[in-house]
Design a protein around this ligand. Structure first.
Ligand code: HEC
Length: 116
């Protein structure tokens, strides 16, 4: 009777320590994943805001096949890089300009997108 009780107590204690340990490890992993994806998401959303404000405003009227969305923008990262940073053709015209910060944010996202 006594041994059963001791075994039971040891069993409970063991299962408690193991489960709290695994859940500790697990929550740490989740936190790591969450912080990573949050960073990438913020970069992407910042880039999307620029694409939507400074590019889509015109593309909606003059280049309907390239209206940027959160879904398609990554597949167009290389084209965006070429047009904005290499050939400097975009944003087209003189009215719409990117600020220094916007150039930087766009470049940060392109670099992330290319490493994915
Ligand atoms: C005032 C209008 C206008 C603005 C603003 C504009 N575009 Fe464009 N864009 C066009 C037009 C029109 C075309 C298609 C004809 C051409 O390539 O010139 C085009 C084409 C493109 C292409 C495809 C070019 C190719 O030959 O592959 C990309 C990529 C592009 N734009 C990116 C952007 C990005 C990124 C921005 C914002 C930073 C932007 N555009 C802002 C009008 C605009």
């Amino acid at each position: 009777m006594m041994t059963t009780l001791i075994k039971l107590i040891i069993g409970i204690t063991l299962s408690l320590t193991t489960s709290s340990e695994t859940s500790y490890i697990r929550s740490e992993n989740i936190a790591a994943i969450a912080s990573k994806s949050t960073k990438a998401d913020t970069t992407k959303v910042a880039a999307y805001r620029i694409l939507d404000n400074k590019c889509n405003t015109c593309h909606i009227k003059r280049n309907k096949r390239r209206v940027f969305t959160l879904e398609n923008m990554t597949s167009w990262a290389d084209d965006i890089y070429t047009q904005v940073f290499v050939k400097k053709r975009m944003p087209k015209g003189k009215k719409i300009k990117l600020t220094h910060t916007e150039y930087q944010q766009l470049l940060t996202w392109i670099t992330t997108a290319q490493n994915q």
